[in-house]
Design a protein around this ligand. Structure first.
Ligand SMILES: NC(=O)c1ccc[n+]([C@@H]2O[C@H](COP(=O)([O-])OP(=O)(O)OC[C@H]3O[C@@H](n4cnc5c(N)ncnc54)[C@H](O)[C@@H]3O)[C@@H](O)[C@H]2O)c1
Length: 631
């Protein structure tokens, strides 16, 4: 690693129970900062980049060293202030205050553009903190795997609970139920993807989690990917079961597995738009349909059809303008096929890659051909190798003159918001000892605290999803850096689990303290109108008071470090969000802080959704005594 022209040795957080700072409350942020930059964890540690484009842990290597030096000298009643990856001050506070307060990438709204941000970054004045990069609680790909598992699980509970699998069109239609869900739907009543076929595209950094997340939910996953090296990597990492040599073989395997109720994931090397056209031609409707090709980027991400992958790469290099046109055109066809399969009964959702927006733009810019040749549902006698185009599934034809990609709902309003109404969200923890046995012990503690079978041997359906994840994660997730685990827990359960972990530390059942934190993508910690707060019931998508209140509440309650960021997930100008991390060091003081913080943090999600008018959140507030400041 470069450090002012000098090679910086690869970082690895200290392990074991010996402190190099004055207490665990400062040792923990130091180890987690170093862990974020461990080459096993970070994407480009040389440049301090942890993940998500240019999400950094510290502004420069000098800043990294300065933060570490400050943490080493910090007293039990002092607080370090970090401004966009740089230590800027130490304050006398008190023992229950956070040890570190962080603000990353914040800009005055009128100046909040990438151009201005990059200009200021080039002047050395700021850095991009993403969500968990600049707040020192990134845990590698386990986070996206669990998030995808959670989305597929919520989908299964919503559409398939209480119904037999085996494909078919047994799922209750999306349109009948409407997108505005947060309210009436029962949660956790045991639905899985067993006997269901999930079709998707893209096996990249994030999309590569889809096959394993689907099989962990007991489903069949068929994924189209144009780049064979991505397919090989996912098989090597055991995120994908097998690769088919042809679309015929892929579909035969997928349908067999669906009939048998087997959990199998299959990749086929082809363009995702063409796979969907092939399904339409054969009159095969998947149960679930989504996409995680890199459609957010029309030039350096998405790959157009109608040419080989090698030819597409050459076109990207030699004629970017034509590439962009072809890319737009394919996306419009791709979305037209998604809309057609949705019309035929597939549960279809957008997975945050902006394919809807680009398909719409494609038609507006005149890149997509709105005329159709001879599309007829069922496909008839057309030859194999179908594309949306040669089937005539052009945007206007598939949808009439009203080509509206946004008839496909986004994943947050559709599946995640009902969980947010319960104060549910990502709850992650890391063993500061570095010993995987400590995580195994905490896994057992989760299963003991929230068992899926009660004392008299009866199933506890609403815990089955959580327990299946914990068991499978223990078997299948390889740790990156310090051993860590993540699961989703709601209001009440987070505090309960935090206290159990603190007891494990106090009793010496784990060999060093545990830190508990979360992604900034949480129920009451983010304002992001294109993602987490898309389509709020009261129209409050862009209201950003909530993440600020969240950070203030976590500070008041005594989290160990608290952060506010701008731009994570969706880019500069599009989001404001907050995070917290708290140390369970086994002391009674830590127990009191854990109780406060892990109650207040998810309470923010309940408040936020009660305020927006979600009945489910109101019911949760009533049932669990969350004080909504009613007179
Ligand atoms: N929850 C969210 O909101 C969320 C989370 C993660 C990622 N994303 C989005 O999902 C997308 C994927 O993320 P990633 O990190 O996996 O990206 P990536 O660039 O690592 O991988 C994308 C993959 O898609 C493949 N691909 C591109 N066009 C294709 C096509 N037409 N047919 C088949 N394969 C094609 C590429 O070969 C590549 O392997 C991005 O747009 C990202 O912004 C959204």
């Amino acid at each position: 690693m470069q450090h002012q022209g000098i090679l910086h040795p690869p970082l690895r957080a200290p392990r074991g129970a010996r402190l190099s700072c004055k207490s665990w409350l400062t040792e923990a942020p130091m180890r987690m900062l170093m862990n974020n930059l461990d080459p096993e964890v970070a994407e480009r540690p040389d440049e301090l980049i942890v993940y998500g484009g240019s999400g950094k842990a510290a502004r420069t290597w000098e800043d990294f060293e300065r933060i570490v030096a400050c943490l080493k000298r910090l007293e039990a009643d002092e607080t370090l202030l970090v401004q966009s990856g740089r230590a800027v001050g130490v304050l006398k506070t008190h023992a229950d205050a956070p040890r570190v307060l962080i603000s990353n990438s914040m800009l005055v709204p009128k100046w909040a553009t990438w151009e201005e941000f990059r200009r200021l970054e080039a002047m050395g004045l700021t850095m991009f903190g993403q969500m968990t990069a600049g707040s020192w609680i990134y845990i590698g790909t386990q986070g996206i795997l669990q998030g995808t598992y959670e989305t597929f699980g919520a989908l299964a509970r919503k559409h398939f609970a209480g119904r037999e699998g085996q494909g078919g069109k047994g799922a209750e239609g999306q349109r009948d139920r409407g997108i505005e869900t947060g309210n009436a739907l029962p949660l956790h009543d045991g639905g899985t993807l067993r006997g269901r076929l999930v079709v998707t595209g893209g096996l990249g950094g994030m999309g590569g989690a889809q096959p394993l997340a689907a099989t962990m939910n007991e489903g069949v996953c068929l994924c189209a990917e144009v780049d064979p090296s991505r397919i090989e990597k996912r098989i090597r990492d055991r995120y994908l079961d097998k690769a088919a040599r042809s679309v015929d073989e892929a579909l035969a395997w997928a349908l067999d597995a669906r009939r048998a109720g087997a959990a199998v994931s299959i990749a086929v090397e082809m363009n995702a738009a063409d796979l969907l056209a092939e399904l339409i031609r054969r009159d095969l409707t998947p149960d679930v349909l989504t996409d995680q090709t890199s459609a957010h980027d029309v030039l350096n991400g998405y790959v157009p059809n109608g040419m080989s992958y090698a030819a597409a790469l050459a076109l990207r290099r030699d004629d970017p303008e034509r590439y962009i046109r072809e890319s737009y055109r394919t996306m419009a066809d791709h979305v037209a096929c998604m809309l057609e399969l949705q019309r035929r009964g597939a549960i279809t959702f957008d997975y945050g890659n902006n394919i809807r927006g680009h398909a719409k733009e494609a038609v507006e810019k005149g890149f997509a051909d709105p005329r159709a040749a001879d599309f007829r549902p069922g496909g008839g006698s057309r030859s194999s190798g179908a594309t949306a185009r040669n089937l005539g599934i052009a945007p206007a034809e598939a949808c009439g003159s009203d080509f509206d990609p946004f008839r496909i709902p986004g994943f947050v309003p559709e599946y995640i918001r009902p969980l947010f109404c319960e104060g549910q969200g990502p709850f992650r923890w890391v063993a500061l000892s570095g010993d995987p046995k400590d995580i195994a012990r905490t896994d057992r503690a989760v299963l003991e605290t929230f068992p899926d079978v009660d004392a008299s041997g009866r199933r506890v359906p609403h815990r089955e999803h959580l327990c299946r994840w914990i068991r499978m994660a223990g078997e299948r997730v390889a740790f990156q850096g310090l051993p860590a685990r993540i699961c989703w827990l709601g209001y009440g359960d987070r505090a309960k689990m935090g206290l159990v972990f603190n007891d494990l530390v106090a009793r010496g059942e784990v060999s060093a303290p545990i830190v508990i934190g979360r992604d900034h993508l949480d129920c009451g910690s983010v304002a992001s109108p294109n993602r987490e707060t898309e389509g709020m019931k009261d129209g409050s998508d862009a209201i950003a008071d909530w993440p600020i209140l969240n950070a203030l509440a976590n500070t008041a309650c005594g989290a160990t470090w608290v952060s506010v960021h701008h731009g994570g997930g969706v880019g500069i100008g599009y989001s404001i969000h907050a995070g917290q991390v708290i140390v369970a060091d086994g002391t009674p003081e830590a127990a009191r802080r854990l109780q406060r913080v892990l109650t207040a943090d998810p309470a923010m999600g309940v408040f936020r959704h009660v305020d927006a008018g979600y009945e489910r959140a109101e019911a949760v507030a009533r049932e669990r005594g969350v004080d909504g400041a009613r007179a």
